[in-house]
Ligand binder design. Structure first.
Ligand SMILES: [Zn+2]
Length: 169
């Protein structure tokens, strides 16, 4: 992962899907704590070896693309479902150190006492995400992705839909 200043936004997602996915792939997670991610573009994610071991899972037929390493069953992160929307959000648990990612100010889908969800500093994160994706589209960098075959625009791994109870309980 190549991380430079301004290359992404560190955030914590408290949504049910992110928590379930982490648990399904063997990382303890709770909705209160959420899952730390780093929103960036796929061209910054370079797989040095073992690209053939990429697995692709969805929690539901329309769920996000959740990439994992088949060899060790580790979740890598979430991508968009089309390469032209350059978005990849690795889970921070795969980083040896998260110092370079910067402080986390964004929280998404935080469950509130008494029900409902709240976001903190979500707008700057979305603006950053859209700006990075647009810049990747206009510069052609969207083509540099380990997750899609650029000719066919199809994901490099077969989609597998996880069981309904994956990561629950
Ligand atoms: Zn989430």
């Amino acid at each position: 992962m190549r991380v430079a200043r301004g290359s992404g936004t560190p955030a914590i997602c408290h949504c049910d899907s992110c928590v379930r996915a982490q648990r399904h792939f063997g990382v303890e997670a709770t909705q209160a704590e959420g899952v730390a991610v780093y929103q960036t573009t796929p061209d910054r994610f370079v797989i040095d070896a073992g690209a053939g071991h990429l697995g692709l899972a969805r929690l539901s037929p329309k769920g996000s693309y959740r990439w994992y390493a088949k060899c060790c069953g580790t979740q890598l992160g979430v991508s968009s479902t089309t390469p032209r929307f350059a978005f990849f959000s690795p889970v921070q648990s795969i980083f040896e150190t998260t110092d370079a990612l910067g402080p986390i100010r964004t929280h998404a889908h935080v469950p509130q006492p008494g029900g409902g969800l709240k976001h903190t500093r979500l707008t700057p994160a979305i603006v950053g995400l859209m700006a990075r994706s647009l810049s990747a589209l206009t510069s052609g960098r969207w083509r540099q992705t380990p997750f899609f075959d650029i000719e066919t625009r199809q994901p490099v791994a077969e989609v597998e839909i996880l069981p309904k109870d994956a990561g629950r309980g």
